[in-house]
Ligand binder design. Sequence first.
Ligand SMILES: [Zn+2]
Length: 266
Amino acid sequence: MILKTPAVVLRQHPYTETSRVVTWLTPDRGRLNTLIKGALRPKSAFLGQVDLFYTCELLYYTKTGDGLPITRECTALNMRPTLRDDWRACAIASYLTSLLSRAIPEKASRQDVFDWLEAALDDLAANGGSVQAMCWHELKFLNLLGLAPRLERCRQCNRAPNEQEVPFSIADGGWLCARCRNNGAPRNVVWVPVTALQRLTEWQRSDSPAIARNTRLTFSQQSALERIPGLFLAHHLDLSPAPRAAALDILARRPPRPVDPEARVG
Ligand SMILES: [Zn+2]
């Protein structure tokens, strides 16, 4: 049987000298591997039609026997070419696709997750990468999974914070005000500036990443944002923190400065 579906390229790797295996995300069939025969031949019809982070129209033969499903045709619908040049945007795109691959079961049919990934890749391709943008897309993803943390108010009495920092519990996905934590010091918490939680709350409520992109963060807000969503995702989805740390590492790098030839000592 032949099926046709929109599909985003999550990964690809060589299979034989001329063929490769592509891992796709589809709205109806979740993650899917297909074999592209002859993909690497010079006159292959697939040349230029499949690459990382592309959205394609995919036609494939559903699996027969124990082999991989075979790709029949593939047409690139959205190539997002800037993701090949902009290494900050590319780092976040790689991290978000790895996050999705680990958080969502392989065959889960999730149109909402597919839409989230497409919107995130479009945003990164159009506007580049930053810690703010990464956190905004992470918050949207947590929302889809029903794991949105409670950032704005005390999770017990629902009061607004009246301290500058509150003890955020990664396990509980919220924090307790001074009145509610009168049973001694809280355990296993991260103290977070209230202003960082306020920024995240604004981002949780907004439908556009522009609000996050336009937020200038103080040093303490930025370091909270670099830690909290990552710890939260790692704890609740049982994930390795490494892919996120790698993305943050790339975001923190500055382009190398050109060497001034006059300054060289002879
Ligand atoms: Zn309280």
